[in-house]
Design a protein around this ligand. Sequence first.
Ligand code: C5P
Length: 274
Amino acid sequence: MPAKMRYDPGMPVPERPQPSTSPLRTAPDPVEEARRRLIVALDVPGQAAALALADRLERVCSWFKVGLELFTAAGPQVVQLLHARGHSVFLDLKFCDIPNTVAGAVRSAAALGARLLTVHALGGPAMLEAAQAALSGFSDPPQLLAVTLLTSMDQAQSRAVGLMRGPGAQVELLARMGLAAGLRGFVCSPREVAALRALTGPEGVLVVPGIRPAGGQSENSARDQKRIAAPADALRNGASYLVVGRPITQAPDPAAAAEAILEEMAAALCASHS
Ligand code: C5P
């Protein structure tokens, strides 16, 4: 695949008020482009902690991910409060249920104003089709993302639940199934992002967690994540967005940690433009 194609996220940028143009065509400031592509995971136990972190990161980051821990504790209001502060929200609840139930959940999530939201690809093709169809009534729908395989799942973890293929082949199988069901967005680990970019082409929206800054890659910094990579590598391999949690949120100075990651991202984006 030509190098340019890999770098071009070509995303129907779900963030507001972005126009749906490719960053390569608009040639933005690389740090600004990096900022548009960094999502901070607010994995904290409640609304006060989440908003305090968002406020500390206000000048540095524009995207925040609300996941299971925060949503379960704080409810939909936290999405609306982040919105009211001008942030874009990735609602990562990884829906996996019967098609009718997931369709309803997707409608509720879209009505909250989330710009990215997740379902589990393991829910199967009928569930994915129902999830995508549920967004047809929205004039400005969020980007639906299918989670392929959790970045905490290595070969041993996958085999333990009967997925005998190995992570790479499993992710590819699920992504092909998602594409056939009409989805164009996927969550995958940095290890599989190049293969998924080849599969989706430039219009795929690939969201990549399991990111660890180049300076801090050790067993300790990886923690429960198994399939990790540095920000620059994930971007080089075709990621549209990077999701970073603990390397920012548990840093002594979260804004400084986020800025350092933005610098790493910007350097990679610069290299891709030259
Ligand atoms: O702290 P850390 O950077 O590991 O956080 C990664 C975030 O990405 C977590 O909120 C986790 O739920 C999420 N995620 C993931 N793997 C996926 C999908 C989402 O780690 N496949």
